[in-house]
Design a protein around this ligand. Structure first.
Ligand code: CO
Ligand code: CO
Length: 366
């Protein structure tokens, strides 16, 4: 999503031996809709369709493992394992980072987005949690960005229902020439028609104002447009309209405050493709080494500390900070509302043109 404000990891064989969950994984693949051959580079819609089918299959595979007690790292590894496996099933496959469009966001409760566990995290999912799972699949540098919310207690159902309804309002109403401002207002109206009873107290469900959808361009997950899930009349021209393109439609609901801020340590980054070449000459050897590795391994796709750790570069964290401080990479810290509140998210990647709408990531689950 867009937030507005003022050792490459181990080989699968090694991985399977060291990862208890993968020993018992159900490797059944529903191949009906999966694409057999890697689409040609020029085939934009074919690339997105292939990535969308993989996204759906990874979700189907993941569902049974999403239980209290699973480690966040295990969720990430399961998604990465399945994404790589399905990507490699396509003949002539040439993924950038094994088909991983971006590292999964596993954001819990008041945290709405951009949380990814640190390499040695032991954090687990708990019975009472509300978890947003947001991951990406890449084909020919086209990324499917899609997210859903999981919980184990039906007391949160209204929150999930409100956000799903809001996201589908956005999907149903989007089209070429639609005013983005009015579109956002319609989403907010739907989301905020809901309320939730938690612990015998009624909470209105609010749209998170400073999180929203975005356009997607080749290789760039956030193409620069902000798609509000609120009424931005007065801030956004009513004549700012959708044009043909690829969009991630996503909305976030909160039982607490209606805006997020950056909280906690950042583990998600991506290369800034417009970075200043002169700056590079002023960096230390290690910093340049790290920047080159990032460029070679991920191009402009987002990455996380877990993927960098295996490069075996000493003090990579401080070099990442230098790169970020110099705007050579973008950082995406966790985004949270107030503690004690709950947030939910649903997201799909879609394409619109005159009279045409394709929702690539829509499946039986959401
Ligand atoms: Co997004
Ligand atoms: Co997303």
């Amino acid at each position: 999503m867009i937030y507005i404000t003022k050792k490459m990891y181990k080989k699968i064989e090694h991985f399977s031996n060291n990862f208890s969950l993968l020993k018992g994984v159900n490797s059944f693949i529903n191949t009906n809709n999966l694409v057999n051959e890697y689409p040609s580079e020029k085939d934009v819609l074919g690339s997105l369709k292939a990535a969308g089918e993989i996204h759906k299959e990874v979700r189907r595979f993941l569902q049974p493992y999403l239980k209290p007690g699973i480690k966040l790292i295990e969720i990430a590894e399961l998604i990465e394992f399945k994404t790589e496996e399905l990507t490699n099933k396509m003949s002539n496959s040439k993924p950038i980072n094994k088909g991983i469009g971006f590292p999964v966001g596993i954001s819990i409760n008041e945290c709405a987005a951009h949380f990814h566990p640190k390499p040695n995290s032991t954090e687990i999912i708990k019975q009472d949690d509300v978890i947003k799972i947001d991951f990406g699949v890449e084909v020919n540098e086209w990324i499917i960005d899609s997210a859903f919310t999981v919980c184990f207690d039906s007391k949160y159902d209204k929150l999930l229902e409100a956000v799903k309804d809001a996201t589908y309002t956005g999907i149903n109403n989007i089209g070429v020439d639609v005013s983005i401002c009015e579109w956002g207002a319609q989403i907010q109206e739907v989301m905020e028609s809901y309320e939730i009873n938690l612990g015998n107290k009624i909470y209105p469900i609010k749209t998170i104002h400073n999180l929203g959808g975005h356009n997607i361009t080749q290789g760039i997950i956030h193409g620069g447009m902000f798609l509000p899930a609120v009424d931005l009349k007065g801030y956004m021209s009513p004549n700012y309209r959708f044009t043909e393109g690829v969009y991630a439609v996503e909305t976030f609901g909160s039982t607490g405050i209606n805006n997020v801020s950056e909280i906690g340590d950042c583990t998600l980054c991506r290369l800034n493709p417009l970075h200043d070449q002169i700056l590079k000459s002023k960096l230390t050897t290690e910093c340049n080494q790290l920047l080159n590795q990032i460029q070679n391994k991920f191009k402009t796709l987002p990455f996380t500390d877990r993927y960098i750790e295996v490069f075996n570069i000493n003090n990579y964290k401080s070099h990442l900070k230098t790169l970020s401080d110099n705007n050579l990479i973008h950082s995406y810290p966790p985004l949270c509302v107030n503690k004690g509140a709950y947030t939910a998210q649903y997201e799909h990647t879609i394409y619109i043109s005159d009279g045409k709408k394709i929702v690539f990531s829509q499946g039986d689950d959401y």
